[in-house]
Design a protein around this ligand. Structure first.
Ligand SMILES: CCCCCCCC/C=C\CCCCCCCC(=O)SCCNC(=O)CCNC(=O)[C@H](O)C(C)(C)COP(=O)(O)OP(=O)(O)OC[C@H]1O[C@@H](n2cnc3c(N)ncnc32)[C@H](O)[C@@H]1OP(=O)(O)O
Length: 203
């Protein structure tokens, strides 16, 4: 289940993304796999030369359709992860306006060390997941004012973890959200965030 609308409006009411070409969502997935493979690899000189040539070709192809923020596809797709290849993808399994439940799997690219996810990848995931949730269900646009992370125990990579987000309360323009990541029953991370609804006319 994915609660994003087919077209993701943005707060400046610029046009929604253009038509998504066939195969683009698969390409995004492939790009994430590339980042995992890059992190896991120890290529020799010849493999490095080959990989470098292929990446140069890829950059060349992508640059042919370089465009502005309002026309790019990455980050704006109605699929889990929005087609953003930097952010760990949260797959939502169920959601009400008060609570969202899903899973996340930190790939090899998010390795910090010794099998644990990088401490910076976790707030990245929460900022995006909280940001989407705090702005979903018809709520007016709000931005992250603060984000707090408690690393309660190691968060393993390459493991399906559960993510829970809760919309705690709203006080005027302030929205308070909390969340957690668990590996089975084990609590890995607790997070909380404050989102503030933009003043009229604010960008
Ligand atoms: C990129 C956003 C995307 C939104 C997408 C919507 C569509 C959804 C679709 C797809 C999902 C997308 C998912 C991505 C989401 C990612 C979200 C982000 O990462 S956002 C980028 C990082 N955040 C910033 O860059 C904010 C920078 N800061 C600001 O712009 C302002 O400081 C702002 C708006 C947060 C507040 O400024 P003021 O002028 O509107 O508010 P004042 O009047 O100063 O404060 C209001 C109340 O809030 C408190 N407050 C303000 N900042 C606070 C803070 N840091 N900590 C605690 N309290 C704070 C104040 O003390 C005041 O409280 P009292 O009313 O007096 O009780």
């Amino acid at each position: 289940m994915d609660p994003l609308p087919t077209h993701i409006p943005n707060w400046w009411d610029k046009p929604a993304p253009v038509t998504i070409p066939d195969g683009y969502a698969d390409f995004v997935e492939q790009f994430r796999t590339l980042q995992d493979a890059m992190t896991a690899a120890a290529p020799d000189a010849e493999q490095t030369r080959t990989a470098s040539r292929l990446v140069a070709e890829l950059i060349e192809v992508l640059k042919q359709s370089e465009t502005d923020e309002w026309s790019q596809l990455s980050g704006r797709l109605p699929v889990p992860g929005r087609g953003q290849t930097l952010i760990p993808v949260v797959h939502i399994n169920s959601e009400t306006e008060h609570e969202s439940r899903g899973t996340v799997r930190f790939g090899r690219q998010f390795l910090g060390g010794n099998g644990a996810a990088h401490g910076g990848a976790i707030p990245l995931m929460f900022d995006d997941a909280f940001g989407r949730f705090a702005n979903a269900h018809g709520r007016a646009i709000a931005r992250t004012a603060n984000l707090h992370i408690d690393y309660r125990s190691v968060t393993p990579i390459d493991t399906d973890l559960t993510v829970t987000l809760r919309f705690d309360r709203e006080e005027g323009r302030k929205r308070y959200v909390t969340g957690e990541i668990r590996d089975g029953d084990r609590l890995c991370v607790e997070a909380s965030g404050l989102f503030i609804v933009l003043k009229p006319g604010a960008a």
